[in-house]
Design a protein around this ligand. Structure first.
Ligand code: ACO
Length: 432
């Protein structure tokens, strides 16, 4: 088979270069521009990485035009219908679905790592009660690097495996500790006889003075949300984890960087922002006024939960979440939830509005997730933390893939410098 090439012509010098074109399993080809600087002395310019594949990866595939998402080749719809978050985490990390024994062993490995060091627990007391949980989670995750010196050799595959189990297991415990701290309630220790999401609910809602009943539908809904948020190829937070990790920084520091990147409202913070937006709109009558603001480019107002860098069609995760949303609210006796009604009407109007249609703006994964989280009693400030718990599986898988690659290089982009040219230092007495 002929190797594909991309011919580049430097019009000024008339010099032609054949750039190699690489093909993936599926998806668009990429032009390998590695030789461009060496041969032509130029860099490429792509703010926001609109047209740049930053890495090669075998983990997740998205076709944004067709609304397709696959983890390790498995469509998200099939994983959402048949799998569990723990199984999906195994799949992301290892590349294949586990058999019975492998899944049982993985479950045990996760369950055995759910507790956090008591010193870490005491660190929460250093935060004011109203500290945002994302601030607490990123700080505590970074601090974990001070506790596990015996297993932090990033070039040791067994150490990397222990890290993966540890971070996936401990994120719910850290999230719950942040939540309990904000309430002034005692921390509830994990229960290793429970499943991943049931344990999470237990740590969030149980109190020492009375029994707590775990609603299986709540655990199921949470599990589904975690599956849908588990990975999304080279998004901002995953790219942050890769970039931080590419320096050889310890993995806790890299994941903490990912938590921070996720926090922004253009990324994982959107779920929190959607509910704030719906409450601000208030009633269906106010939708036209709100949408007029969104379309006014001077307003800086966005329809939160709409639009995506990659999806120019329905986000497949949004479709699944929308369905789950109805189920959860019906079960919780909140089928007539006014925010859900408002969200549905807003979606309907936006999807028929020329502004959104022409820009291919559709609901993304977080348009409905906040409504489910609310129905499950999860406070708004914890929505992005829930996202972080899920995405940890993806972050670790990408970090593992990167570190395990013998050709790994430090991530170091270049720039187009537009500042002043060389000039001489002027003594302060002669300025102005
Ligand atoms: N509301 C109104 N207008 C929008 C929205 C929106 N939510 N999203 C994009 N647009 C407009 C832009 O203003 C731009 O219009 P223009 O062509 O007239 O200038 C056009 O659509 C293209 O948008 P970009 O900003 O170029 O798209 P980009 O890929 O850079 O941004 C992003 C994607 C950040 C997700 C954006 O759609 C957005 O801010 N959405 C709202 C926040 C959100 O829901 N984020 C969650 C994303 S999913 C996730 O991370 C889990």
């Amino acid at each position: 088979m002929a190797t594909k090439k991309f011919e580049l012509l430097d019009v000024a010098s008339g010099k032609k270069t054949d750039l190699p074109v690489r093909s993936g399993t599926i998806g668009p080809d990429v032009v390998d521009i590695g030789a461009l600087n060496k041969d032509h002395g130029v860099f490429t310019f792509d703010p926001g990485f609109m047209a740049t594949a930053s890495t090669e990866s075998k983990i997740t595939y998205i076709d944004g035009d067709a609304g397709v998402l696959m983890y390790r080749g498995y469509p998200i719809e099939q994983l959402a219908a048949h799998s569990s978050f723990v199984e999906v985490a195994y799949l992301l990390l290892n590349g294949e679905l586990p058999d019975h024994n492998q899944l049982a062993e993985f479950n045990v490995n996760i369950q055995r790592h759910t507790m956090i060091n008591e010193s870490l627990l005491r660190m929460f007391n250093g935060f004011h009660y109203n500290a945002h949980p994302m601030a607490q989670v990123s700080a505590i995750v970074a601090s974990m690097s001070a506790f596990y010196h015996d297993s932090m050799d990033i070039y040791n595959p067994r150490h990397r495996e222990i890290f993966a189990h540890r971070i996936i297991a401990k994120l719910p415990t850290i999230a719950a500790a942040a939540y309990k701290h904000s309430l002034g309630q005692p921390f509830i220790y994990p229960r290793n006889d429970l499943g991943y999401c049931a344990n999470l609910l237990h740590m969030f809602y149980a109190v020492p003075c009375e029994p707590y009943h775990i609603d299986p539908l709540a655990a199921q809904a949470l599990d589904l949300l975690l599956i849908l948020h588990a990975d999304h190829e080279q998004n901002a937070s995953t790219s942050t984890v890769r970039l931080a990790g590419s320096t050889g920084a310890n993995p806790y520091a890299a994941i903490s960087a990912g938590v921070s990147a996720l926090w922004g409202p253009a990324h994982g913070g959107a779920n929190e922002a959607v509910l704030e937006m719906l409450e601000e709109i208030g009633t269906v009558d106010n939708i036209p006024k709100f949408l007029a603001q969104v379309k006014d480019k001077t307003s800086n107002v966005k329809l939160m939960g709409f639009g995506h860098r990659v999806y120019k069609n329905f986000d497949p995760r949004a479709k699944i979440i929308r369905e789950m949303c109805h189920k959860v609210l019906a079960k919780m006796g909140r089928a007539d939830n006014p925010l859900l009604e408002l969200a549905q009407r807003l979606e309907e109007i936006a999807l028929n509005d020329e502004y959104f249609v022409s820009r291919k703006l559709y609901p993304n994964v977080d348009y409905y997730s906040g409504i489910i989280y609310s129905a499950l009693g999860i406070p708004r400030s914890l929505f992005t933390v829930m996202f972080a718990i899920a995405r940890t599986a993806g972050w670790v898988s990408h970090w593992q893939e990167m570190i395990g690659d013998p050709g790994m290089k430090i991530g170091r982009p270049r720039q187009l410098y537009t500042g002043p040219g060389k000039r001489e230092y002027v003594d302060i007495s002669k300025r102005g």
